[in-house]
Design a protein. Structure first.
Length: 543
């Protein structure tokens, strides 16, 4: 009985032929004698690779920014060095869009040359995540915006940790997008939008349904080179919701930078619906989708009825006029952290809020309380002697900033409308602390009214356990100017806070609160200040 043929191993390193520097994320493939793929791997941070090989096999090496190499392997080869020649011309910036190349064109020029380079980068990204999957911390969000000012009216944020080979998933295979498009409309009118990922763009079906061209980078993409793509016009494809956009490549770093796209074939009111995928080179050398966003218009369709009560057949979306814009929806997320099996860790550089608080005379306000809030974060700090504040790094997202006088803040009373902001990068803000009268008027908005020359009571009720007493009644009384007794009542909020406005200055005031088992009362002989803070601590009644 003859012994079975076992595969040998080939190890080596991939280097830049000019500098000798090792090249990471080069895709190294072993092909059999017929050219069929046998196995493949990717070079690590030191340019090293190791694969099984067969007798008579060949080695194929590709990397973005370099000319591909194919080497025949001798039977004695076990350790080799692969030198790659840089081809900067393939990633050079151009002054205008190149000729548009569509499937079936015999000559491609710059567009097809760049496409081959991009394919090398996409393949490296896919292999990197499949061969060395990290544990990923993800932050995802979903928000809606109103249609006129596009202000956020609802938002949910979720953080979770998963072991995955990729943070962002296209959710459908490439062939499904090619045949059915990138939007699915449910029977009730709800729409689900999809976006391509690296695997979708790498699939042959993407190139067979889109035309390509090279785009010069300007503005934030100055120095980049882009591979533009748009759907072909053909029978059976022009009615689908497809995508067009640009896949941007960082020319200097020879790596993927971002994918910017918009949807085609939608109604006019949905113009601008699209998204963005941002790539990042991780410490392992692998490229990963680090941030993604899909934004789309929320539409309502008014169906026309025939005489028999049947709905008319809808024209193509681009020609429809029986739609109404209800708002906008955004879904997305980002990788907050990643940890690989070999112990390498990475954490996203989160942005910061910092700024200054000024009064109405543009003077810095020392000791003002600034509060930063969203659905998963709530933190406060006090301005320094220069009126400045600086929050620690936080997750990207939508926040509200509150500023208050320190006394008002202690008793949970706002002194100015909150400022809503979307934080994506480090942000400097200027907050204005209103005048005293303006603060009092704002504090007295909830069913109360402030009148100059009267006093405002900022109160809080605590239980005998020291916890806020929520939704309890507070009775307040004082002697008015006409020598008549004035009685008022307030209810505490979730923090045990309450506000009483219009109290008589320079007079006595009584406050009391009673529950089934506890009670508290406070008497002040003279109410001297226009703002007074009072805390009632409930105590158990004697049996």
């Amino acid at each position: 009985m003859s012994a079975p043929v076992t595969a040998q191993r080939i190890t080596g390193v991939v280097r830049d032929s000019a500098t000798g520097e090792p090249l990471t994320t080069a895709v190294v493939s072993v092909l059999d004698s017929t050219g069929k793929l046998y196995t493949r791997n990717i070079s690590d941070g030191a340019g090293r690779f190791s694969l099984a090989r067969l007798i008579g096999s060949r080695l194929s090496v590709i990397r973005i920014g370099y000319a591909p190499r194919e080497l025949s392997l001798n039977a004695t080869d076990s350790i080799i060095t692969v030198s790659m020649r840089a081809i900067p011309a393939a990633l050079s910036a151009v002054t205008a869009k190149s000729r548009r190349v569509c499937p079936g064109d015999r000559e491609g020029g710059e567009a097809l040359a760049l496409w081959e380079q991009v394919r090398a980068a996409l393949l490296a990204a896919v292999l990197s995540r499949e061969l060395n999957s990290p544990r990923i911390g993800l932050i995802s969000f979903k928000r809606t915006r109103e249609p006129l000012r596009k202000q956020i009216d609802d938002e949910t944020t979720e953080s979770k940790f998963v072991v995955a080979d990729r943070p962002y998933v296209a959710a459908r295979p490439a062939w499904a997008f090619a045949s059915d498009g990138y939007m699915r409309e449910e029977a009730g009118g709800e729409r689900i939008y999809y976006a391509p990922d690296e695997g979708v763009m790498l699939d042959e079906s993407f190139a067979s349904t889109h035309c390509l061209n090279v785009v010069s980078g300007t503005g934030e993409h100055k120095g980049d080179v882009g591979l533009g793509f748009d759907p072909i016009e053909s029978d059976g494809h022009d009615t689908l919701v497809d995508v067009k956009g640009v896949l941007w490549v960082d020319r200097a770093a020879r790596s993927l930078r971002s994918l910017d796209f918009e949807y085609t074939g939608l109604e006019r009111l949905a113009k601008g619906s699209g998204g963005e995928l941002t790539f990042r080179v991780m410490p392992t050398g692998a490229t990963m989708v680090q941030r993604w966003l899909i934004h789309s218009a929320i539409l309502a369709t008014d169906l026309e009825q025939t005489a028999g009560g049947l709905a008319r057949r809808q024209p193509p979306r681009s020609d429809r006029s029986n739609v109404r814009l209800l708002g906008y929806q955004e879904t997305g997320g980002e990788v907050a952290s990643a940890e690989w099996k070999n112990g390498i860790k990475w954490r996203a550089p989160f942005p910061q809020f910092q700024g200054i608080v000024l009064d109405s005379a543009k003077r810095p306000v020392r000791g003002a309380v600034v509060r930063l809030v969203n659905r998963s974060f709530d933190d406060s700090l006090v301005t320094d002697s220069n009126g400045e504040f600086n929050f620690p790094p936080v997750e990207r997202g939508s926040y509200r900033l509150f500023v208050a006088d320190s006394l008002f803040s202690v008793y949970g009373a706002s002194t100015a409308p909150p400022r809503s902001m979307v934080l994506m990068d480090d942000t400097d803000v200027t907050l204005w602390l209103p005048s005293r009268d303006e603060m009092l008027r704002f504090a007295c908005q909830n069913g109360e009214r402030y009148a100059p020359g009267t006093a405002v009571i900022l109160g809080r009720v605590l239980g005998s356990d020291g916890e806020p007493a929520t939704n309890v009644h507070v009775d307040v009384s004082w002697r008015g100017r006409s020598s008549t007794d004035v009685k008022r009542q307030a209810n505490t909020d979730d923090g045990g806070h309450f506000v009483i406005c219009g109290a008589e200055l320079n007079g006595a005031i009584d406050l009391s609160s009673n529950t089934r088992r506890e009670s508290a009362s406070v008497h002040l002989d003279v109410l001297k200040d226009d703002v007074t803070g009072i805390t009632l601590i409930l105590k158990r009644r004697p049996h």
